[in-house]
Design a protein around this ligand. Structure first.
Ligand code: PLP
Ligand code: COI
Length: 358
């Protein structure tokens, strides 16, 4: 089912960034955004693309007081012929609905939501940057908009999509990042909201993130919320370790975000013949491997972060260097193959690409 989208174009288009090497991440926005309202009696209605700008919201709105918000992150890439394509967007739409269901926010029609994203991206096609390593980051989100203070499942909501031309997420680019393993704060527990992509998870992670940054680390690696023993994920990416030729990544136990890049990397690795273990993986096991020399590579995976080598791991007062703080061979191969498919330079063997326009 497709939503009927009314399009109102801006009369004052913004100047597009000239120097694509200075895009950074999520600082510049395109000319338009998508909005759609939900109410219990009408369902989703009033689908519209409007000029980008503030969204007036009632001061008692559920999103402000009880954090009723879920979001997604995907990218539109300019392929080598100049066309525009998305990478596994159906997976993002499915995950958005799973997250919404977890927070009792209304879910969306999947085919209709994909059509909304493609319609907006096509309208903003001139904003999709052209330089190597750049893309148009797409941020769909749903928030509860009930104008009263009682705590209950949301009856009014908004679905919005905004877009931002981006470069690398980390200032380090493809250079290894320094990660601090957090042993005090936890991000999520099983039965909580860890596997949903909801704003509250990120709000709760800021304190440890800030502490890590103050100590010179880029992001936090979270441990499980009960024993603080098992590795879960990094602030904006899943993690993988190459130990003794095998790849180990934490299992999706309910408190970890099921990353689409993670899933794609696992599929790529298996197609190359690698053994991939998705299991509970303790911080003790990690540092045993670091000490006995079998920890060969470590990297994070995410839409914003792509495939990001980890060069240093800090835990309880000690710092461990991984792969001599260089990008490992397998990390580089994963990066090249994944981005090759995303940017249309390599064959799309797995059928992951969804074209927007030529
Ligand atoms: N884990 C967290 C906490 C994230 O924010 C992200 C980013 O979306 C990921 C993992 C990676 O997920 P994906 O590969 O779907 O972008
Ligand atoms: C993404 O990779 O899309 C994310 O959502 C990470 C982030 C910027 C929070």
């Amino acid at each position: 089912m497709k939503y009927e989208i009314k399009i109102t174009k801006t009369e004052r288009p913004n100047e597009r960034p000239q120097d694509e090497s200075k895009l950074g991440f999520g600082k510049i926005f395109t000319d338009h955004m998508f909005l759609m309202d939900y109410s219990e009696d009408k369902g989703w209605h009033d689908a519209r693309i409007v000029p980008f700008g503030p969204m007036p919201t009632h001061p008692a709105s559920t999103v402000f007081h009880y954090g009723a918000e879920v979001f997604e992150g995907l990218k539109a890439y300019r392929n080598k012929e100049g066309g525009i394509q998305l990478f596994r967007p159906e997976e993002n739409v499915k995950r958005l609905n799973n997250s919404a269901a977890r927070l009792c926010l209304p879910t969306l029609d999947e085919e209709g939501t994909l059509d909304i994203i493609k319609t907006l991206v096509e309208l903003e096609k001139d904003w999709v940057p052209k330089s190597e390593g750049t893309s148009l980051y797409i941020r769909p989100f749903i928030y509860g908009n009930d104008p009263h203070l009682g705590v209950h499942a949301v009856k009014n909501a908004v679905f919005a999509v905004i877009c931002s031309p981006v470069g690398a997420y980390y200032a380090e680019g493809l250079n290894p990042v320094k990660i601090a393993i957090e042993s005090k704060d936890v991000r999520a527990v099983r039965g909580g909201t860890g596997e949903a992509k909801c704003g509250g998870n990120y709000a709760a992670s800021l304190r440890a993130g800030q502490k890590a940054e103050e100590n010179g680390y880029t992001q936090v690696l979270w441990l499980d919320g009960v024993e603080r023993k098992y590795i879960e994920e990094v602030g904006a990416m899943n993690v993988m370790f190459k130990i003794n030729g095998k790849v180990i990544t934490p299992a999706l136990t309910g408190s970890v975000l099921p990353g689409i890049t993670r899933k794609s990397c696992v599929e790529l690795l298996k197609s190359w013949g690698y053994e991939v273990e998705e299991r509970l993986f303790s911080v003790t096991e990690l540092f045993e491997a670091a000490k006995n020399g079998t920890l060969e590579e470590a990297w994070g995976t995410g839409t914003a972060a792509v495939v990001s080598p980890i060069g240093h791991l800090f835990y309880e007062g000690k710092e461990y260097t991984v792969c001599n703080n260089q990008i490992g061979e397998l990390t580089q191969k994963l990066y090249d193959n994944l981005t090759g498919i995303q940017w249309g330079k390599a064959e799309d063997k797995f059928g992951w690409i969804n074209k927007v326009c030529d």
